[in-house]
Design a protein around this ligand. Structure first.
Ligand code: MRU
Length: 345
């Protein structure tokens, strides 16, 4: 990805320090957050300085590697660190995929932990690129595409999942238009997807989350592509809250609904969507909004009736029967048990 004509990854690891684009400040400020210990990296994951399936996976792998570097031969320390890292974002499959791999590698030799974490980040980049390649095949010139939340390069180490096919298609010379759901309560669509699309010079509009039925009924959407945070063995897929609603509306209007995700997001030990743990986040994300005022100062304001409480489930599960296909780094597959099993054979 390029920001101000300079190439960046969303997250990288050097000399024991995790560097990440601070997504909590975007699009208002572009800053790199530095995390020197695994606890600091846990803080960054929990507070969404880094977020999105692949980026969380890379962060968790790096945090695990930091724990090995900090442990001084004490395995209890490493095990405690693993539990703390895994408690930060429970729905995110990539997080567990990464902690398991780095933990196992580190048990053999401390230096292997960092090697494995770097390898996971590299695989994430390659997967994003290939998702773009395969996803481009179903995008026709002139299409209008709806996306929800942010599954672009900010949600991964680079390229992204849902937005990668769009970037690839644009590079092939196709004209596209993207509708970005604002994605309440945190605004990943309005803040992050819109910022990425501006950087990539892709024509787009931010739309309210509840505009889906209107847009689809007016023939304004040709296809929906979203990301996923965990996909069960039967194809049920957890993604940002509001995704299921879009899938229901898409089915009503016969609009293809694709989920783009690397194989690292599939959890074949999870039978179906009922087994996916849904993270419930702080009510403050609903009650308050953060933005900049006319002086360019960042501030947080209350946007709800003072004294009312809020409920904030971060994800919902779209049943496989609503999904047209999964765009993966190994190709586009149908949302069923056999096709998903084949991904791993
Ligand atoms: O709560 P977030 O921003 O970490 O939400 C997760 C996601 O980024 C989305 O659900 C996304 O659409 C899929 S993963 C890039």
């Amino acid at each position: 990805m390029n920001v101000n004509n300079k190439h960046y990854l969303t997250i990288w690891f050097q000399n024991g320090i995790v560097y990440m684009i601070n997504q909590d400040l975007l699009p208002f400020r572009f800053e790199i957050y530095e995390s020197k210990s695994y606890t600091d990296t846990c803080f960054a994951i929990k507070n969404m300085i880094v977020r999105g399936a692949g980026a969380i996976g890379a962060a968790a792998g790096f945090a695990m590697a930091q724990a090995f570097l900090q442990c001084d031969g004490n395995l209890n320390f490493v095990q405690k660190a693993k539990s703390e890292i895994e408690a930060t974002r429970p729905t995110a499959r990539n997080l567990f995929f990464a902690t398991e791999r780095v933990y196992r590698a580190g048990l053999l030799a401390v230096k292997n932990a960092e090697k494995e974490a770097q390898q996971i980040a590299l695989e994430d980049i390659d997967a994003g690129k290939m998702i773009g390649f395969y996803g481009n095949e179903i995008i026709k010139d002139g299409m209008q595409i709806l996306t929800h939340c942010n599954a672009g390069w900010l949600g991964f180490v680079d390229y992204g999942s849902a937005l990668s096919p769009i970037y690839h298609a644009k590079n092939e010379g196709k004209n596209l238009f993207v509708y970005a759901d604002e994605t309440r309560p945190r605004g990943q669509g309005a803040r992050l997807t819109a910022w990425e699309l501006q950087n990539e010079k892709i024509p787009h509009l931010i739309v309210p989350d509840n505009a889906g039925a209107f847009l689809m009924s007016k023939g304004k959407i040709d296809m929906i592509i979203t990301g996923a945070d965990r996909i069960a063995a039967n194809g049920d897929a957890a993604n940002k809250i509001g995704t299921f609603e879009k899938a229901i509306i898409a089915k009503t209007f016969g609009i293809p609904f694709y989920i783009a995700a690397p194989t690292s997001t599939f959890d074949i030990n999870c039978k179906n969507g009922d087994e996916i743990i849904i993270e419930v986040r702080s009510e403050d994300e609903v009650l308050y909004q953060t933005g900049i005022n006319e002086k360019g100062e960042l501030s947080r304001i209350l946007v709800c009736s003072p004294g009312s409480n809020a409920y904030n489930p971060a994800f919902d599960v779209t049943p496989a029967s609503y999904i047209t296909g999964f765009i993966t780094e190994k190709g586009i597959i149908e949302p069923n048990v056999n096709a998903i099993k084949n991904l791993f054979s």
